[in-house]
Structures are given as C-alpha cells and as structure tokens.
Design a binder for this molecule. Structure first.
Ligand code: SF4
Length: 463
C-alpha cells in the first residue's frame, strides 16, 4: 500500500477467544500495511468482532452498527465490517439489514480480512465470506498480547460437546487441536519478547490433543512442554470441562512449578435434571467429586465457575440446588449468566419459560452469595505472604503496583514501577470484596526453576 496507510479500529465483543482473534488480526493488518487505532470515530475502517453466545451481545452490536448509517452514507471512503461468530451465524442477512455494510467475515476466514479490505477499498463492492471450509488458523501475532507480560496462546479451536444451549459448535466449528511444537514455539517467541505468563486458550481446553498423534498429545503433556520454556514464570489454561478433568491434568498442575493452581471449570447448574437438559454430561455429584479430587491433589488450588440461571424449565428447587453448589464449593470467582435462547441450538426449540424478572432475581441471589464468599475468603487471606507477578501500575491507584497471585487474585501494593514483569512476595495487609492489599516483602527477578520452587514453597504461609 502506498501513501498514508488506512487506519483500522477493531471493536471486540465476547470471550477471550475473540480478544485473541482480534489480536491476531491486528498483527495481520499491521503486516499488510494498515495502521491500527483505538479511535473508532477517526478510523477509516471499523471492524466489529462479534459474539453470538448471548442475545444481549448480538443486540448491542446491531445497535452499534445502526449508529454508523449516517457516517457510512456520508463518507465514501469509510469501511464498516462485521467479523466473528455473529458474522458466521447471520452472513448475508447482515448486509440485507444494513445496506451500508462493506464486509461480513466468519470465524474461519477472519485472517483473510486484510485482503478483503483491499478489495473493498478498491471499490470492488462488499464481501461476505462465511464458508465453514474447515480451515483453522492458529497464526500468531508476535508482540500482540493482553498486557506487556501476559499473553493468550490459542491451543485449540471449536468444540464437540454440543451443550443444548450453546451456539459455539455451530459458529466456531468442531474441535481442532494445535500441534504441541507449534504452541511451544509461540510461547518461546513470546517469552523472548518479555512475556512472563501465558494463558493457554481453548473452548474445551482439557480435551486438548484429541486427534493429534504422539506421546505429547493431551493437555498434561502440553503443560509439561510449555513448563520448560526459558524465562516464563507462569502458565494458566482456560476453559476446562468438568468431565475432562483427568488425573493427568491435575497431576500436571500439582507437579509443574510454573503451572498456576487455578482452574476455571464451569458448573452451569447444581441440578441433575437441568444438567441433563443442558447435555453437560455430568451430575452435580460428579462435579463435587471433581472438586474434591482437585483439592486433594493440589492443596493450594482455587476454582472459578460459570453458572447459567433461568434455563428452560428451571424450577425454584432446581435453582436452590445451584445456589447450594456455589456455596458449598466456595469458588474463588463465579461468572453468572441469564439464559437466552440461541438459534440453531436444541434448547431454542423449548419454551423460554422462566420469566425475565425471575432470571434477574436468581442472577442477583447467586451474585450476592458469591460476593459473601469473596469478602470472607479475601479477609481470611490477610496476614499471609503470597507470590505475585507484578503487572505494573494499579489502574485504581497508579502510585501503587498491581499484580496477581498464582490463584488469580488481584493484589495492590507499593513498589517501584521497574518491577513490572517480575515475581515478588507480598504480605497481605487488607482486603475488599474484589481486591487484596499488601506490602512488598521481597522482589525476585531470577527466572530459574529453583527460585520459583523456593517461592512456591513459601506460598500461603503466614508471616
Ligand atoms: S463445552 Fe458446551 S458450553 Fe462450552 S463451548 Fe462447548 S458446547 Fe459451548
């Protein structure tokens, strides 16, 4: 491209997978000669990377798109596009509804966006590409990450589980794992570029490796390989399915020094009848058993869970089972969602019969129960020393530093900005519902396993 490069703004909705796709696309666009901006009002191109998992997310994108009508009609050079799950689901219908849209590009084709933008900008008309041709790209985007020292790494795409409410298998396709060597090479490149924590991402990450040959196949094998990458301090993986939480994966979390003691394992419901209707493949007792196994094997482990309220037919008694599960497990964090029917899914054929106000009330009750747990759990941590990976200045108080514990708790403490990206030991002095506060006791810059092991032995001890 010659002259001033066109500027592109990507607006991202939805999950970490979408955030990662946006990062990958930014890398592709930069390599293709586009300039990137966060200022949608001044960008030559605005792309919406969309989510179909909840109706609310789709409604928000539709309303955003509508707001561009005047600009799109007034500025001939302006390009507006929709990519991701909603583009995959609605395809040409989006152009029918918004005649000023220039690009609709589904989940299998998003890395072709630079090529499509050139086509559109050359005045060759709008493009719709939602063919699910099975092509899966794990293209990397060096230097593109969540923060200076933290990066997502895609290890698999798609999902084969077909939970009855979930649109993911329809818009992202079937499960495909990325070869372990490719993952390791990407982590090595990120580590060499200053990344200290990687989050291995997959819709159903603990089934990683199905369909791959070789003795390293399987998430436990992959974790062992990534654990060897020089310079890396921490490894996390999300999102796990309770049914696939194998002893091998728990053993890897227990035994590998860089793998954090944090498991994100959506429960969705505490009622066996609801879980059956959801096609989740486990009972509440199975879930509780998985939690017991994890805690026996990894004493420092914390669990995060997802819950859905108002699933078709959910009775008061079934909801009470969910509330009981949340209280009994005492999650470190819970993500709570209200059910909304998604086209193509099995549950969309059933009456959405839990009234909105009941969904709202159940949502509030779960949130309140989780808040109570959050406050108690964090208050009980005051006085302990924890290992923290320093992120940088705190967003709420830039004079202080912010970091995360191995269990993904946010800690705010005093210290020098130059410590960003290093591990330290913080003595916890205070807490709120969401945040821990403390004093830095020891900054540690060594990268070696011995140092990490020493810090890990110190984890959770009282000063
Ligand atoms: S496991 Fe179920 S909820 Fe998760 S992505 Fe797959 S189908 Fe959707």
């Amino acid at each position: 491209m010659s002259g001033t490069p066109p500027t592109v703004c990507i607006v991202t909705f939805g999950c970490q997978m979408n955030k990662l796709d946006s990062q990958l696309l930014r890398g592709e666009l930069a390599r293709s000669g586009f300039a990137l901006t966060d200022d949608a009002a001044r960008a030559d191109v605005v792309l919406y990377n969309t989510c179909s998992v909840r109706r609310h997310a789709e409604d928000r994108v539709l309303s955003h798109l509508g707001s561009y009508r005047r600009r799109a009609l007034r500025e001939g050079r302006f390009v507006l596009g929709v990519i991701g799950c909603m583009a995959q689901r609605l395809g040409p219908k989006l152009i029918e509804r918004f005649g000023f849209l220039d690009l609709v590009c589904g989940t299998h084709a998003f890395l072709r966006v630079p090529e499509y933008l050139r086509h559109v900008m050359a005045g060759q008309g709008p493009i719709v590409d939602v063919e699910g041709d099975g092509e899966v790209s794990f293209a990397r985007a060096p230097g593109m990450r969540v923060g200076p020292h933290r990066a997502y790494v895609s290890v698999m795409r798609g999902c084969d589980n077909f939970c009855s409410y979930c649109i993911v298998p329809y818009v992202r396709g079937r499960e495909v794992s990325r070869p372990p060597q490719e993952v390791v090479e990407e982590v090595e490149a990120l580590s060499a570029d200053g990344v200290r924590e990687v989050i291995l991402l997959g819709q159903n990450v603990n089934s990683y490796g199905r369909g791959l040959d070789g003795e390293d196949a399987g998430l436990a094998g992959l974790l062992a390989l990534v654990n060897e990458v020089e310079g890396l301090r921490r490894i996390r993986f999300v999102t796990s399915h309770p049914r696939d939480m194998s002893d091998a994966v728990l053993g890897a979390v227990a035994g590998l020094v860089r793998v954090c003691e944090y498991l994100h394992v959506p429960a969705q419901s505490g009622s066996d009848a609801v879980l059956r209707r959801m096609n989740r493949g486990y009972t509440a007792a199975d879930y509780r058993h998985m939690v017991r196994r994890a805690r026996e094997r990894i004493p420092a482990v914390e669990l995060a869970g997802d819950f859905m309220v108002g699933f078709p037919g959910e009775t008061d008694a079934e909801f009470d089972d969910t509330l009981r599960l949340l209280r009994d497990v005492r999650f470190q964090q819970s993500f709570i969602f209200k059910y909304s029917p998604r086209p193509q899914t099995r549950a969309a054929n059933w009456p959405d019969d839990v009234p909105d106000e009941v969904k709202r009330e159940r949502n509030q009750r779960l949130l309140a129960a989780q808040e109570e747990i959050d406050a108690e759990r964090r208050a009980a941590m005051v006085g302990r020393r924890v290992e923290v990976l320093v992120d940088g200045p705190s967003k709420s108080d830039p004079a202080k530093l912010s970091g995360r514990t191995r269990q993904n708790d946010i800690v705010v403490f005093t210290g020098d900005r130059s410590l960003a990206g290093t591990l330290g030991t913080v003595r916890l002095t205070d807490s709120t519902v969401l945040t821990l506060f403390g004093e830095l006791r020891q900054a540690t810059v060594q990268h070696g396993g011995t140092e990490l092991a020493r810090l890990r032995r110190g984890h959770g001890g009282r000063s």
